[in-house]
Ligand binder design. Structure first.
Ligand code: SAM
Ligand code: SF4
Length: 335
């Protein structure tokens, strides 16, 4: 008798239980590190998954062991049928989270509450309105900041993602952490990552070590508390003694967390990426539309997953443009 292996378990015995689905390639911001300056080329509308296709493909993953789905983009909330997609996915036995730039998130609070969606990750890279505009190329700082405070007040579990870029916002590390003094929020500093067209250079990246050096320098060592990370957590978590919130570092560049990776990514045009850094994809949507066996393609994608960072297992490889620029821009992957 042969034992049936789970299609979501890869050749390194990593079980994939977390699916990130990008709802759209469109966005109401234009973050410089996320999309190329010339703008990103959008897939034709008919290549984008419909609400029913998202639901049916997601159902296949859930049937095979996915227990958590996070919606991302582009900006997931700019999709006109976002509420109906949320309603469909909320009917599945999974935990649902959203990653949003928060520009219009206030309009969705009643829907999130109705559907019991609690995990909201928000991106904010600067606490300075001018810098915010410089990085996002849009003037929405106040709206975003007020919405973050509103989400916390309304009882959501809010994580705030900040991508640190040298000589741009790395002087705001302490200001961000000070936000956690009176606000129950988790600030996550993300190491700047290379993608197609984002002008990445390792010299622009602020590393885990550098961030912690600033933290230890400012706060007395005994006040910096290392917290226990959740299973599969991509971040290393800390808090300052007596502060309400916490902070964390996502060190995908200097200290990847591939060993415990449980994530898969489905792009808005229905391609499965087995890793944020992988240059290969499986087109699940075409197969689904033809009535072909989608599970077979999912298994193929999982079996092809590299042990570390899409095969770029050293910092040297990650720095080679011909390797990392084979990957889509972040806006077309979904973070
Ligand atoms: N629009 C939503 C938002 O901004 O939260 C969701 C999509 S966005 C692509 C998801 C996350 O990817 C954001 O937190 C963003 O900061 C992060 N991101 C984009 N480009 C990045 C890069 N080059 N390095 C590190 N993080 C990046
Ligand atoms: Fe849009 Fe998010 Fe990318 Fe910024 S990081 S351009 S908000 S998708």
């Amino acid at each position: 008798m042969t034992t049936k292996t789970n299609i979501l378990t890869d050749s390194f015995y990593r079980k994939h239980t977390y699916l990130r689905i990008s709802l759209t390639e469109r966005c109401n911001l234009r973050c410089t590190y996320c999309m190329p300056a010339e703008g990103s080329v959008l897939s034709p509308k008919e290549h984008i998954m419909t609400a029913d296709e998202i639901y049916n493909i997601a159902k296949t993953f859930v049937k095979n062991g996915v227990t958590k789905i996070r919606l991302t983009g582009g900006e997931p909330l700019v999709r006109k049928d976002a509420i109906s997609i949320l309603e469909k996915l909320a009917s599945l036995p999974v935990e649902i989270g959203i990653t949003t730039n928060a520009v219009i998130v206030d309009k969705f609070i009643p829907t999130f509450k109705r559907l019991n969606i609690k995990l909201i990750n928000v991106s904010l890279d600067s606490l300075d309105a001018g810098k915010f505009e410089q990085i996002t190329r849009r003037n929405y700082f106040k709206k975003v900041y007020d919405n973050i405070i509103l989400l916390v007040k309304e009882g959501f579990a809010v994580k705030l993602n900040a991508v640190l870029i040298k000589d741009f916002n790395d002087n705001e590390i302490i200001n961000f952490i000070e936000l956690t003094k009176n606000i129950n929020i988790n600030i996550r500093f993300i190491e700047f990552m290379p993608f197609d067209g984002n002008q990445w250079n390792i010299k622009k990246m602020v590393s885990y070590q550098e961030i912690m050096a600033v933290v230890h320098d400012y706060f007395n060592n005994k006040n910096v508390i290392r917290l226990e990370d959740a299973q599969h957590d991509t971040s290393k978590n800390y808090k300052i003694k007596g502060y309400q919130g916490s902070f964390a570092i996502i060190s995908s560049v200097t200290n990847p967390f591939c060993d415990s990776c449980n994530r898969l990514r489905l792009t808005a045009n229905g391609h499965l990426k087995n890793c944020l850094f992988s240059a290969t994809e499986q087109n699940l949507l075409s197969a689904y539309r033809k009535g072909d066996n989608v599970e077979h393609l999912i298994q193929k994608a999982i079996q092809g997953k590299f042990k570390v960072r899409g095969g770029m297992d050293t910092l040297q490889k990650l720095q080679e443009p011909k390797l990392h620029s084979k990957n889509r821009s972040m806006i077309n992957i979904g973070g």
